[in-house]
Every structure is written in C-alpha cells, then in structure tokens.
Design a protein around this ligand. Structure first.
Ligand code: LLP
Length: 430
C-alpha cells in the first residue's frame, strides 16, 4: 500500500528523500507532490510485462488521470503514447512532445468543434457512437478510425467506476458497432481500430483476460462479418492499485501473460483480424502511488465526533466525497506518535459530504501539523475544483533528490481574471 517513494525516518515522512515538512514549507499546502522515479518504475513494470510477450504492443497513458506537463513529459520520454479525452488533453500531450500519431482521441458526446479539432490534430480518432462518424466525415476522411465497444459488462472498485454494461453511457453494443464499421468501410476508410474501457481500479487478475476474450469475440465477428482487419485493439485501462491495507497488488506480469495469451489465441482462431497491435491505456497504475497530497491541519474540533479539519477538502481531492473512496491519511510529522484520537478528517468546504476519511486513528494534532493523503497521483489534481471559491493547489515533483514546483498554486485574483460584470447591472446606482 505504501509505495517505495514514501519512508518513515524517525517519525517524519520523507518522499523520495525529502521531508514532507520541507516540501510543505517550500511550496505551501495543499500540495500535490510526485515522485518522478516511481512514475518511471510503474511505467516500466506494466510496459515490460506486456511488451516482453507481444512486441506489437503500445501503451497510451490516460491523460485524464494526471494532466501535469511534467508527468506527460516523463512518460513521453519513456516511450508512451497518450490517451486523450478532449482537445485540451491533445494540446497538452502535443506540448509534452507526443507525436500525434501516438495519440488516441477518445471523446464522448463530442461537439463538432471537438471532432474538427481532433481531426486536424492528426490523433487517431476513437468514436463513442456510430452516428458520430457522419459528423466527423464532414471534416474529412481520417486514415484510420476506431470505435468504442461496450462489451456488455464491466467492473470497477466502486459503482461509479464501472464504464461498460447496460447502464454505461459509453461505447456501443455489438450490433451498433457492426453498423458503424460497415458505414466506415462504405465511406472509404480502410484502416481500423477497436476499443473498450470497461471499468477502473480492478484488482481481480482474472477479469482482464475474461473481458479481453469477450472483446476479441466481438472483434472477430465484426472482422469476419465485414471482411476488415484491425490495426489495433485497445483493451483500455482499469489496472487497479491497492489503497487499503487489506488489498493486494495486481500481479501485472500474470495479468499481461493471460491477456496476451487470450489476445493471440483469438487472433489465431478467427484468422480474419490481421495482426492487430495490442493497446492498453492505463492511468492509475502508472501515477497513483507516485503522488502524495500534503495538507495542514487548520482546526481540531471535539464535538459529538472528533473532527480534524485541514486545508485539503473535496475541492482538492474529490474521490472520497464522490465515490466514498478510501485514501490512507498519515500524520506526516508525527508518524511514530501514539494514536490517541479517532476522528473524521474534513476539509473546509460547506458540505457535509466533505469528509476525507472517517473514524481515523490519529495522534493528537494541532493547527499547523501536516497530514499526508496517499495514492493521490491519479484522479487527484485532475479532479480538483474551485468549489467554495477555493484556489487550486500547487503541484511539485521530486526529481533526482531535488524538489521542483511544476504548477503554481492559484491565487485569489484568478477568480476575477475571466469575469466580466456588465455595466448594466450597475444601473440602480447611476
Ligand atoms: N481510457 C479511457 C477511455 C478512460 O475513460 C479511462 C478512465 C482510462 C483509459 C484510464 O483508466 P485507469 O487505468 O486509470 O483505470 N475518476 C475515477 C476514475 C475514472 C476513470 C475513467 N476513465 C477515480 O477517481 O477513481
């Protein structure tokens, strides 16, 4: 559960060799701090697990999980591609040096402007519904097109993380997909991909070969039914990470072995698919445990329950409020002190759902003490908001034993920067 970038040295938390308290005093709180080394380690572990077994393989990093340009630059330097969900993510990936041919643009419910941006960017376009093709074709004919399949079932740690199955807003069922590829073929498109993303934070190793098999069966029927081959088949992300003591790591080597075996077995038995590249697009697996959120205790209240208030709330890290997600919370400067209180850890937001952790055992804490939220490198900063007129936090990286600020903290003046008050609203005073 603790990534190796986190250490307890004589009661003080260190992140890749730098004291959490030092990071907080350098950059202030709330602060997202990331280990560059851990991101590279995670990338290499998952990439090599697959690549060792299938050379025709590509990993596209899910930018939505962490859109910091330093993260993207690290992953580009490792050789990753980019999975982008919108034009801004394409722009960021391009700024980080990704070539457009190494980007996949998987939007959903796209506007025409977005389709046009995607087309012009040169990214491979992955469409979430059949009729989007006609809209895309108005901007030109893409060299290659891909469709997102709903394989009929999905899985995720929380209900909100299931992205396939009858209730999912994503992708298309086989029948609709068959129509979509037929239309694409009739429109003169000759190169195809096929995609799914069925759920997130899955720790069950058996799930991955099972869902791959389901997708490959659909791909096989489409390819033999329409006489088309696939350049790639993308099984999405979803590779889970333990957040809680009782969870264990996903055995990624075993997962890759089972997935590649199913993938290749189905290619061989169908014989009509060509030799598609296997694509995966993990976010969480690569960045989650490389990120720590540092927050300062602001006030401790002893009411019916004990509350430890801090300067990171649902605006800073939404996952606990949105999914009931668990994040370990450690007293970064009092790691060895006896845990004498049981408290709910809360932010400063005017919502009773602003609970970051329930019934946590913590030492006696006072304003100014530092808390560390673990496993926040994925869907942490990228889901933060300005709610309650709070500024967005800062982000820092530890690289080669040195700390670097990689995104400035927002300031209060940012709230007025893009606002325009129409003079007409002042008429009562005129
Ligand atoms: N590809 C697509 C098309 C996706 O929509 C996602 C995530 C990924 C790849 C990466 O999935 P990963 O490997 O990170 O599981 N906000 C939630 C996670 C939602 C995931 C949505 N899609 C959370 O905080 O847990």
């Amino acid at each position: 559960m603790f990534a190796d970038c986190i250490e307890n040295r004589k009661g003080k938390m260190f992140i890749d060799g730098i004291a959490a308290e030092e990071l907080a005093s350098m950059f202030g709180t709330p602060l997202y701090a990331y280990s560059e080394r851990r991101i590279r380690e995670n990338y290499r572990r998952i990439h090599s697990a697959f690549y060792r077994r299938r050379k025709n393989f590509r990993l596209n990093f899910a930018v939505k999980s962490n859109n910091n340009l330093t993260t993207l630059s690290i992953l580009r330097s490792e050789g990753a591609g980019a999975d982008c969900s919108c034009p801004a993510e394409i722009m960021l990936a391009r700024m980080a040096g990704f070539e457009s041919s190494r980007m996949l643009y998987s939007g959903n419910y796209n506007t025409d402007e977005e389709l046009s941006y995607g087309f012009d960017s040169g990214a491979i376009i992955n469409l979430d519904d059949g009729p989007l093709l006609e809209r895309l074709l108005r901007f030109g004919r893409p060299g290659v097109v891909s469709f997102r399949i709903n394989p009929g079932t999905g899985k995720g740690k929380y209900e909100g993380l299931v992205t396939a199955g009858p209730d999912a807003k994503f992708g298309m069922m086989e029948e609709e997909a068959m129509r979509a590829y037929r239309r694409a073929k009739e429109a003169g498109i000759r190169r195809f991909g096929l995609h799914m993303m069925s759920g997130s934070n899955v720790l069950d190793p058996e799930y991955f070969p099972a869902i791959t098999e389901r997708l490959m069966d659909i791909a096989g029927r489409i390819s033999s039914g329409l006489g088309i081959e696939f350049e790639f088949i993308d099984i999405g992300g979803g590779f889970g990470v333990p957040y809680q003591e009782e969870e264990s790591e996903l055995p990624i080597d075993e997962v890759a072995q089972m997935v590649v075996a199913k993938f290749e077995e189905r290619i061989a038995s169908t014989r009509t698919m060509g030799d598609p590249a296997l694509f995966i697009e993990p976010g969480r697996y690569i960045v989650c445990d490389a990120g720590v959120l540092l927050a300062s205790v602001t006030h401790v209240k002893k009411a019916v329950k004990n509350f430890v208030g801090c300067d990171a709330g649902m605006n800073t890290l939404l996952r606990p409020a949105l999914y009931g997600a668990y994040h370990e919370i450690l007293p970064a400067g009092k790691m060895d002190e006896a845990k004498t209180i049981v408290a709910n850890v809360t932010g400063q937001i005017c919502e009773n759902t602003d609970i970051m952790g329930r019934d946590r055992k913590l030492p006696d804490l006072a304003p100014g003490d530092l808390l560390a939220f673990l496993n926040v490198g994925a869907y942490g900063y990228s889901m933060a908001s300005n709610y309650n007129t709070r500024t967005m936090p800062a982000e820092a990286f530890i690289i080669g034993g040195k700390a670097y600020l990689t995104r400035e903290r927002e300031t209060m003046t940012d709230f007025v920067r893009r606002q325009i008050v129409p003079p007409a609203v002042m008429r009562d005073e005129q």
